[in-house]
Write a new protein. Structure first.
Length: 335
């Protein structure tokens, strides 16, 4: 197997201190490749990068309308949130709309992803519950889907549960990939995760961003999701985090979503393109630089907007005194 190229470098002073290898693909909704580097046909676990695809059945089934979910709640269903009080309250409201509470969540418990949010919770003397899990909005959406369709939510994380069958079918349909049991793993929040080639993920995000190649009901669901995340970027992640900051800058012109282990996907609706990248070593910092470089290159932005993306394309490396000591930067085919 040919090694993927070095695509991100970390500098210190005038030297390259370390580098990250990776692969990626930019395609349109028909699967036409605009750019590819590394092995984009290798199947990878997309993890949280495809939460918007996992949320499609919530909209298509009518569950979101039945329970009157707001745009903020739809955005949270697509989120890897920081665990702040507003995130928690929104997840709790989603569950309440279906007549449930946090006891039905099967995502597990962890401290808030956001450092400020975790410190605030600790100062309050409380400990986290499942609502603080960064995936609680997605899971609340699964529970709403189950309740709206008359299915018992218990065990909704299992691959043979009707909810997960619907979710898997949506992922397969949008990406054009057959999801097989031999490519199935278990995500950090306990639901199934299926390995999908980067090229197929990019095609799926191009379709999510444009509606092309989707049924009328799925096209409408995709449009509602795009509108929701554009309206509430802070809900999708949190203050200071890549997805929130980039979508706050670009609005409806881009939907970005990070995933664990160095996976990143993005939709560029105006350009009609989807982006998917994977850092070989699982480094999130590398995936973000890769994604930012591709978003800037292919987004069709004016010079001012492109310049405002520079801090994401080449973020500064700071020491503990707050002084800049180096930068991350695109390399190889992304330079």
């Amino acid at each position: 197997m040919v090694a993927n190229p070095a695509v991100v470098e970390a500098t210190r002073g005038k030297q390259v201190e370390s580098s990250h290898r990776g692969a990626g693909c930019v395609v349109d909704a028909d699967g036409r490749v605009v750019m590819v580097f590394g092995d984009a046909e290798r199947a990878v676990y997309p993890r949280s990068a495809i939460k918007a695809l996992q949320a499609l059945p919530l909209l298509e089934s009518g569950a979101a309308d039945r329970f009157g979910l707001s745009d903020k709640e739809i955005a949270l269903a697509c989120a890897s949130h920081s665990g702040g009080e507003e995130h928690v309250a929104t997840a709790r409201a989603m569950l309440a709309s279906a007549g449930r509470d946090e006891r039905v969540l099967e995502c597990g418990v962890h401290w808030p992803l956001g450092e400020d949010e975790a410190r605030a919770l600790a100062r309050s003397g409380r400990t986290p519950n499942a609502l603080h899990n960064n995936c609680s909005g997605k899971h609340a959406g699964f529970i709403c889907l189950a309740c709206a369709t008359g299915v018992e939510p218990k065990g909704y994380v299992a691959p043979d549960h009707p909810v997960q069958r619907e979710v898997a079918a949506a992922i397969a349909g949008v990406t054009g990939t057959r999801l097989s049991e031999d490519r199935r793993g278990v995500d950090g929040c306990a639901i199934p995760t299926y390995a999908v080639p980067l090229a197929a993920l990019a095609r799926g995000f191009a379709r999510l961003g444009t509606g092309e190649g989707l049924s009328p009901s799925r096209r409408k669901a995709a449009a509602r999701i795009r509108a929701a995340v554009a309206a509430y970027p802070l809900t999708v992640a949190g203050k200071g985090r890549f997805d929130t900051e980039v979508m706050s800058l670009l609005g409806a012109r881009a939907f970005t979503k990070s995933g664990a282990e160095g996976v990143f996907c993005a939709a560029l609706p105006e350009a009609g393109l989807g982006v998917a990248v994977k850092a070989d070593d699982g480094a999130g910092r590398a995936a973000q630089v890769m994604a930012a470089a591709l978003i800037r290159r292919f987004g069709g932005f004016d010079d001012e907007t492109a310049a405002r993306l520079e801090p994401f394309v080449s973020p500064r490396i700071m020491n503990w005194n707050g002084a800049e000591v180096g930068r991350l930067r695109p390399a190889g085919p992304l330079a």
